[in-house]
Design a protein around this ligand. Sequence first.
Ligand code: IPM
Ligand code: MG
Length: 360
Amino acid sequence: MNLNILVLPGDGIGTEVTREAVKVLRRVVRKSDHSLKLTEGLLGGIAIHKTGSPLPDETVRLASEADATLMGAVGLPEFDHAPPEKRPEKGLLGIRKVLGVYANLRPVRAYPALLDSSPLKNDRVAGTDMIIVRELTGGIYYGTPRGIEENGSETRAINTMVYTRAEIERVAQMAFHLARGRRKKVTSVDKSNVLENSQLWRRVVTEIAREFPDVALDHMLVDNCAMQLILTPLRFDVVLTENMFGDILSDEGAVLAGSIGMLPSASIGDRKPSGAWVGLYEPVHGSAPDIAGQNKANPLGAIGSVAALLEYSFGLKQEAAAVNAAVEAVLCSGKVTADLKPPGRPATTEEVGEAVCAAI
Ligand code: IPM
Ligand code: MG
């Protein structure tokens, strides 16, 4: 198989963790019969600097030609006060929309070797194994009207949370299919006691559930879910939710996993004519300007995203499992970055990447 992959390192630690992720990808490919074609493109703050746009047309072209896209992270502090339209994040939202990757899969696992890295009590966290399915191309992130309006002495800011039935159906179907391959339980998260949007969400998810009688469905309000994630993480298998709720809850999931640097993600769209899923793969963490350029960011979320890429975009389950096993081996060896609070000297980003390669 020939793997044609676009790499978008982005900003800050995005470039550092992506470098290690690419090393791991090269290593897996070298150990198999596959071949790799890597192309690099611009996204985010670096793209604004070089082209004036956070998502240059050239990047859109490269992404539509590639089999899959591997991304680092975007965001630079110099754009903190820029309007949303002119920020690096606009590039990320743009590429998600252009590729149509509507289902963002964010697995959250408590690795035994990392239990002491979580600030939560070990017995509460041990055994956590869930996947957050976050709707990614709709909701309040994209809804219109939006903007800030000055009207005489009054200023108003508007955002719109909007979902169509079709948008809810397709992401719900993805969640139920995933649950079938797991512990067969979907928890759908909404705010239906307040939002019409969530009432439609709940109604449509309940309808889709009838197509999956072997999967149990329950509904949970998002505020309660924020609490239950920490109190009773073991009760969750597949957590299905809309865009902004999923953004917030997945950072909370990072506390269960030991560090946000651990979390990978896969954003999946429709199947291509070849049968492969359109996919964008990125760690959950951001560009972390405070630690950028210091070779201390945790690359394991980015490396886990490579495993997801192999599995979802190419169906290479064995290769994906080899990457995940190597990550576990490195965690057990204790050669981890400072965010995971190892007892001895923390490893550098590069050392962790090399250790994962060596373990494959
Ligand atoms: C994420 C990030 C992004 C999001 C930001 C950088 C726009 O927080 O992927 O979770 O909100 O989707
Ligand atoms: Mg986020």
